[in-house]
Design a binder for this molecule. Sequence first.
Ligand code: JB2
Length: 213
Amino acid sequence: MSGPTDNLILIGGGGHAIVVAEAARRDGMPIKGFLDDNPDPPLARGPASLDRIGSLRALDLCQGSPVHLALGGLQLRRELINAIEAAALDTRSIIDPSATIMRSADHGPALFAAARVVVQPRALIGPWCILNTGSIIEHECVLDANVHIAPGAILAGGVHVGQDTLIGLGARVLPGITIGASCTVAAGAVVTRDVPDHTLVVGVPAKAVEHHR
Ligand code: JB2
């Protein structure tokens, strides 16, 4: 449980926040509590639970504390990113100690990098991205803001991903491909061609099935 010297506030208390909280502790970052609309979400229960200190949009409670946006849904993340930026809150990156980010790679603020992530040389990771468990971002990839790479997904060298896009569980993207903004690459898909903005692609090789978000 959090103690008097703890200070980080997580925004979100669901499954993603459980993973983020553990990585933050491993990274030596004490946690004060979390915001969530659900009065009894997963992070409030079970081992290493934390205290809920307010509703999800009660960002006034975060003034003076470092925060990390700890929920996975991209549309809700986009709304909260806009609110957090408007409130000029002090955002923190959380990087699990087992993640490897090569020295010539770079990332923006508010990154979450989970256990066993690998970011290879000269990759550029934009602000507010999630690199989830065991994902691989190869050399010279460029990720725009609020890109979510799900567990086990792999981007080959030189891939560009537009903002607010989800690369699903275990998906693979071939070298040099450009994926647009607000896209979803379904779990297990293999992307062999560029993907325009606002497109859902599925399958092997990935095909567009829907214009969305
Ligand atoms: O539509 C919503 C809504 N959706 C989620 N309206 C409101 N008011 N709140 C919403 N939330 C809030 O975000 C809930 O309070 C919820 O506790 C919190 C986190 O959402 P959820 O529990 O749905 O999932 P998550 O973001 O923690 O985890 C998802 O993303 C992770 C990256 C899951 O899909 C995980 O399996 C995944 N690993």
